[in-house]
Design a protein around this ligand. Sequence first.
Ligand SMILES: Cc1cc2nc3c(=O)[nH]c(=O)nc-3n(C[C@H](O)[C@H](O)[C@H](O)COP(=O)(O)O)c2cc1C
Length: 188
Amino acid sequence: MNKKIIIAITGASGALYAKHLFEFLYKNGVELHIVITENAKLIMKDEVGIDEKYFKKKNISIYENSNLNVKIASGSFRFDGMVVIPASMGTLGRIASGYSNDLISRVADVALKERRRLIIVPRETPLNDIHINNMLTLSRAGAVILPASPAFYHKPKGIDDIARFITARILNQLGIDNDLIPAYAGET
Ligand SMILES: Cc1cc2nc3c(=O)[nH]c(=O)nc-3n(C[C@H](O)[C@H](O)[C@H](O)COP(=O)(O)O)c2cc1C
């Protein structure tokens, strides 16, 4: 598939969502660029039992979140979409404020200014006014807020099915065909 996607993994619960998205895109030949925050590395290890090495595959580029001196930090690097998954309220707040002091918030800033697809998959509950305001700011700036809020009408058999639901929704937003979850059929 002739697409370039940036996956940003931050320190919210739900690293499994990132793993599923990565696997689908990797299997389908998408050019992937991955940034993982230090907090995400700890949570990913704890929740899913994987570390950075899991993503170190042929043709995959991995970047340190602290290093802004890389090609994806520039508007001159053209990509088709960026997915922040799962998105912590911390990273979401940094993006919403335009603070751009780390690679993820900088690349997201670039995505918004260049009018490229930015999909943010927040995971927090309950939400306070600051979280809600930040999401509204981002949505108004052009981001898609796609909460890690799986449905159950497809009768998931386990957590992988639940994660696949969110992957399918993200792929729809990226314009990538998939049959991970059958479309809701309604009454027949
Ligand atoms: C085990 C654990 C789970 C966490 N889960 C969440 C979460 O679901 N959502 C969230 O917004 N923050 C969560 N946090 C807090 C973030 O990790 C924290 O705000 C951090 O500063 C985010 O940094 P990052 O966005 O650079 O990864 C969690 C922290 C820990 C240690």
